[in-house]
Design a protein around this ligand. Structure first.
Ligand code: UDP
Length: 239
């Protein structure tokens, strides 16, 4: 398979669920470990932008199922992602990395607003930019936002880390014990076979714009560093 190596600039999506270490809230040791892995890659020269999820706090759809208004619940979900951004910022700075948080919902006391050209400048200066509050719009997911941000700030690839799965399988590995992991897959196959590990909207956006995606498991000891440095792991998804 042809894994693109030595990226110049990447977009890393981190699932919020991982930040909680299996619980609601933030598990500082887990976030510190993730930050240290990112720092290793940044120190070797790759420009890193990050989108953080919020599943460890709230998922709009789940709150809706329990009777809440969907859009208000989605805003709660987006606010949850910002708490994760601040936690990650803290541990990245502890690891000696300069960072900026930019949010899609403005909150001037805690973060910059999302300004794409400014984000690019930060990256060029070696700062890690962490994007919070998703797209700022209900009914979107942080997977989709990752693809959008990667396109807008001109990343070479979107690296979708997943918690509990290590790539794209030919069917759901949690239900089908015979499911096999794919090294490489096209967006078309992933969409046609409804391989749900990443949102269909994120797959479509990448496909239409020729942006490659790596889906990988973040649970291994060095997996995040390896993905950021272009080492082969997970599943590469291409047009
Ligand atoms: N969300 C949203 N719009 C966005 C991004 C996120 O409404 O652009 C909300 C949505 O309710 C979602 C929650 O924020 O469930 C947390 O994000 P996500 O589920 O993508 O986090 P992850 O699963 O990656 O932890």
């Amino acid at each position: 398979r042809t894994t693109p190596t030595a990226y110049r600039r990447v977009l890393l999506k981190l699932s919020g669920e991982a930040f909680g270490g299996g619980k609601v809230g933030v598990a500082p040791d887990v976030v510190r470990g993730i930050a240290e892995q990112i720092a290793t890659a940044v120190n070797s020269g790759v420009e890193v932008a990050i989108v953080v999820g919020g599943g460890n706090f709230f998922r709009g759809k789940q709150l809706q199922e329990q009777g809440m208004d969907r859009t208000r619940a989605d805003y709660m979900g987006m606010l949850g992602t910002v708490m994760n951004c601040l936690a990650l910022q803290d541990f990245l700075e502890e690891a000696g990395i300069d960072t900026r948080v930019q949010t899609a919902i403005t909150m001037g006391q805690v973060a910059e607003a999302y300004i794409p050209r400014r984000a690019i400048r930060h990256l060029e200066k070696g700062r890690v930019v962490i994007f919070g509050a998703g797209a700022g719009m209900p009914f979107f997911s942080t997977d989709t936002v990752s693809a959008q941000r990667a396109l807008e700030i001109k990343c070479d690839i979107v690296l979708m880390s997943k918690h509990g799965v290590d790539g794209v399988y030919n069917s759901d590995p949690r239900r089908n014990p015979d499911a096999t992991k794919l090294d490489q897959v096209t967006y078309e196959q992933a969409l046609q076979q409804d391989l749900k590990v990443v949102d269909a909207a994120a797959f479509s956006l990448c496909r239409e714009n020729g942006l490659p995606m790596l889906v990988f498991g973040m649970d291994g000891e060095r997996n995040i560093t390896r993905a950021l440095l272009g080492e082969p792991l997970g599943t590469l998804v291409t047009s």
